[in-house]
Design a protein around this ligand. Structure first.
Ligand code: NI
Length: 142
C-alpha cells in the first residue's frame, strides 16, 4: 500500500460498540480493515450507478427441460457479444443446470443482459453481482 494516510473518526460510544460487534461477526481483524471495506463498497456503488465499466458475474439456475431455454440462453449471450468474457456450466441434477456468466461492460448494459436472462421462463434463480477491477480501489496490501 502506498501513500498510507491516517484519519480519526468521532463516534458515539454505542455506535462504536455495535460496529465492533458487527466486525467481529464478519471476521475482520481490526477496525481499519472494516472501515476500508465500507469505503470501498460505497465507492463501488457509486461506480455501479454510473456509466463506468465494471465486471459482473451472473449466477443462474435453470431447468434445461424447458423447451428452447438452452437455445435462448445461448442467443442472449451471442447478442451480448464481447460483453461476455466466460461462462461455466454445471449439470446439478437430472433437471437443473447452474451457470455462471462473467461479463464486462457498462453497469446498465450488464444489468440489461442479466434482466433479459433472468426473465426467461425456466430460469429459477439468478443474481448479478457487479464489481470492478480494483484498479482505482486497491484492496490488497501485497
Ligand atoms: Ni446442464
Amino acid at each position: 500500500m502506498s501513500n498510507l494516510s491516517r484519519t480519526g473518526v468521532s463516534l458515539d460510544g454505542d455506535l462504536l460498540k455495535e460496529f465492533d460487534r458487527l466486525i467481529t461477526k464478519r471476521g475482520y481483524k481490526n477496525r481499519s480493515e472494516a472501515v476500508r471495506d465500507l469505503i470501498r463498497r460505497a465507492l463501488l456503488e457509486e461506480d455501479v450507478d454510473s456509466n463506468k465499466s465494471v465486471v459482473g458475474t451472473l449466477t443462474l439456475v435453470y431447468d434445461h427441460h424447458i423447451p428452447n431455454l438452452s437455445e435462448k440462453l445461448t442467443d442472449v449471450q451471442h447478442r451480448a457479444g464481447a460483453m461476455i468474457l466466460a461462462a461455466t456450466h454445471v449439470h446439478l441434477d437430472h433437471h437443473y443446470c447452474l451457470e455462471v456468466i462473467i461479463m464486462k461492460g457498462k453497469s446498465r448494459e450488464l444489468q440489461a443482459v442479466a434482466d433479459g436472462i433472468l426473465a426467461l421462463r425456466g430460469v429459477e434463480l439468478g443474481k448479478l453481482v457487479l464489481t470492478n477491477s480494483g484498479k482505482d480501489l486497491k484492496s490488497h496490501t501485497h
